[in-house]
Design a protein around this ligand. Structure first.
Ligand code: SF4
Length: 448
């Protein structure tokens, strides 16, 4: 039944919900997404058409995914980058550890895919230390001594007192020096927002400037992406990015739309010397084989469904910060298939079927249908049920007897069988001491 996974899920859920500070922070995030979703239809002349286009191009992609992946690999390899296929999350984390050399300074961006492959835990077990790439802490957090001393030293080293050096030169000298001081032998690991098959490229959308900074100066860049993040060509990119940014950021354009076409070329000033793209499958091809679940591949990972879901909206951030896998309504569909129903079948039941996710999803995913399908499969496999089929048969037999219902015995039987499924946070309802039949009889006598 995957009891330990379910218990870990419930523990995380109740811990996160009891933290008042995180709770109010996540409420703000949720409000932001609510506003974005409400405004999205007004940002397009024909919002419905924009959504249909996403579905159309994604279907086209799914029909010929191996070809698109091959074009992507061929194109990117031609520029000197390396493309690595990882069948499982563990394979992806293993490949990354292999690429990190002793003495490298490792920066990790907190992206969805980086968390999905469990990189933080893997680094911990391999004794690889790393820092989060966050501009708010950068660069002063990383300096070996106070920033004022560092800047003075730098000014001296690069001769800023020399009046002949103009401002533009000074600035590029500064940048080069920072790069040498902080990014020497550095590895930058991040996720991608989209992969483009032709011309082969990786797209990253962000509002902070982190991506540009770290990717420009690092020595080795490692990008982790799911095979479902592929789009056919640059021509369609605009359809995807505009729907993504309006839902995730609240505007049609984010500050930075960064496209990577490979490692640094000879004529370029900055960029990584090596670029590796890890393409993660992790159960995705299994989902692709099933007609009734393959629409999850339409997802553009805007996170609107997760931020607005009554179950998941208070579930992620603190754990996401810690490098745990971010979860949302999509996982109620995918996890039982990816991890197996025995381990993660309970996820099909972590949903109220309120339909908010389907309502806001720009990729037109019908979650409820797929979640109900998972529930059906879960029951058929007896992988996650409050009581077993044979127990249910016995219960039915007993409950069909009026004598049992009239006695207090039925309350005991129900409690014994269902109390566990209510969990430790919820009280088992107080059942009526008398059956309906008894009360009706009593009423009849009284009213005579
Ligand atoms: S399922 Fe839809 S709403 Fe959720 S992240 Fe994907 S595109 Fe966004």
């Amino acid at each position: 039944m995957g009891e330990s996974s379910r218990q870990a899920f419930l523990k995380r859920f109740f811990e996160n919900n009891s933290d008042k500070e995180n709770f109010s922070l996540l409420e703000t995030v949720s409000e932001h997404y609510e506003k974005n979703s409400a405004n999205a239809p007004y940002a397009f002349a024909r919002y419905g058409l924009a959504k249909d286009r996403i579905v159309f191009y994604k279907h086209k992609l799914m029909a010929d995914l191996p070809d698109y992946l091959m074009d992507f690999e061929t194109g990117l390899t031609a520029t000197g980058a390396k493309v690595i296929y990882a069948e499982t999350a563990a394979d992806a984390a293993f490949e990354i550890c292999r690429l990190v050399s002793k003495g490298d300074r490792v920066f990790v961006s907190k992206d969805r895919l980086v968390n999905e492959i469990g990189l933080a835990a893997r680094f911990k077990s391999e004794n690889i230390s790393f820092e989060n790439s966050r501009l708010v802490d950068f660069p002063y957090r990383m300096l070996p001594y106070p920033s004022s001393v560092f800047l003075q030293e730098m000014a001296k080293k690069i001769g800023l007192e020399d009046t002949k050096v103009d401002l533009a030169q000074q600035s590029s000298m500064y940048k080069k020096h920072i790069a040498d001081a902080l990014f020497k032998d550095s590895v930058y690991i991040s996720g991608a927002d989209f992969l483009v098959s032709t011309p082969a490229s990786v797209v990253k959308i962000e509002n902070t400037g982190n991506e540009n900074l770290f990717a420009s100066f690092c020595t080795k860049q490692i990008i982790v992406a799911g095979i479902d993040q592929m789009i056919p060509s640059l021509q369609e990119l605009d359809y995807f990015t505009s729907l993504f940014t309006i839902h995730a950021h609240g505007s049609l354009q984010a500050w930075n739309h960064v496209l990577y076409f490979g490692p640094k070329r000879q004529d370029e000033i900055d960029g990584p010397q090596q670029m590796h793209v890890i393409l993660v499958d992790n159960g995705r091809t299994r989902l692709l084989k099933e007609d009734y679940r393959r629409s999850v591949f339409n997802c553009i990972h805007c996170d609107a469904c997760t931020a607005l879901c009554p179950v998941f909206k208070h579930f992620n951030l603190p754990c996401h910060e810690n490098g745990s896998r971010m979860m949302g309504p999509l996982d109620c569909v995918t996890m039982p298939v990816e991890d197996g129903f025995d381990k993660s079948g309970f996820m099909a039941f972590a949903c109220t079927l309120c339909g908010k996710c389907s309502e806001v999803c720009p990729a037109g995913i019908n979650f409820q249908e797929m979640i109900l399908y998972n529930r059906k499969e879960s029951v058929e496999r007896e992988s996650f049920m409050a009581i077993s089929r044979s127990q249910m048969k016995l219960l039915r037999k007993m409950m069909l007897k009026q004598k049992v219902l009239d006695s207090s015995y039925h309350r005991l039987v129900l409690k014994m069988n269902f109390k566990k499924s209510f969990g430790s946070q919820k009280e088992f309802p107080d059942l009526s001491k008398k059956s309906f039949h008894l009360r009706w009889q009593e009423n009849r006598v009284e009213n005579r």
